[in-house]
Unconditional design. Structure first.
Length: 202
């Protein structure tokens, strides 16, 4: 199995969504803390977005060891400049900074092209689906705005979905209706009119 539908991947990763998002959130928070310390110490701000992406990824890679290392259903494959996480031998994931089109930012090396080919099985890996877990910061660069999972075929996006918080997932699609007034509570929708007296009715 070299490819999976979005629904299949989402179901496979669902037990790990909270940890995946926490790893990314903590990684960005670490970089933000270091950057704030540098500014407070009188150093200039980071100039290049690539530096931010590298710093966040380094923190994510280290956080992944603590979040996933003790789980028998997850294997972390450390490489020279990246890591890959194998979930239940069915989904291989790597972490990337995403763009507005939900595509990871990559230099098109042969290794990258092999990873982005859904029909190609990576040497030494199970024949699993390959996805990118991407993070995007808010406009002010203060925190993570969203974490998405995406599958690609080369430069083309096949599908993507957003990892929601547990509370968001429960409330998604639920429309709350206003509650009625409790006994004795005034309601502007119910107005009691006084009964006409006998003189008024004549």
């Amino acid at each position: 199995m070299a490819s999976m539908t979005m629904e299949e991947v989402k179901e496979a990763l669902s037990p790990y969504h909270d940890r995946i998002k926490q790893v990314v959130t903590n990684g960005y928070k670490e970089w933000r803390t270091v950057e704030d310390f540098r500014l407070a110490a009188g150093f200039g701000p980071t100039l290049y977005p690539r530096t931010i992406a590298n710093s966040v990824f380094d923190a994510i890679a280290r956080n992944s060891r603590g979040a996933f290392g003790g789980d028998r259903n997850i294997r972390i494959h450390y490489e020279t400049q990246t890591i890959k996480c194998i979930f239940d031998n069915t989904v291989i994931a790597r972490f990337k900074k995403g763009d507005d089109g939900h595509l990871g930012q990559n230099i098109p090396t042969q290794a990258v092209m092999d990873y982005l080919d859904p029909q190609h099985t990576l040497p030494g890996f199970p024949p699993a689906a390959k996805v990118e877990i991407m993070w995007k910061a808010d406009d002010l660069g203060t925190a993570i705005e969203e974490v998405t999972v995406a599958a690609r075929d080369g430069k083309h996006l096949l599908w993507s979905y957003r990892i929601e918080d547990a509370e968001e997932g429960v409330r998604a699609g639920v429309v709350e209706l206003p509650l009625g007034p409790t006994p004795g509570e005034f309601s502007p929708l119910v107005v009691a009119r006084p009964r006409k007296t006998e003189r008024e009715s004549k």
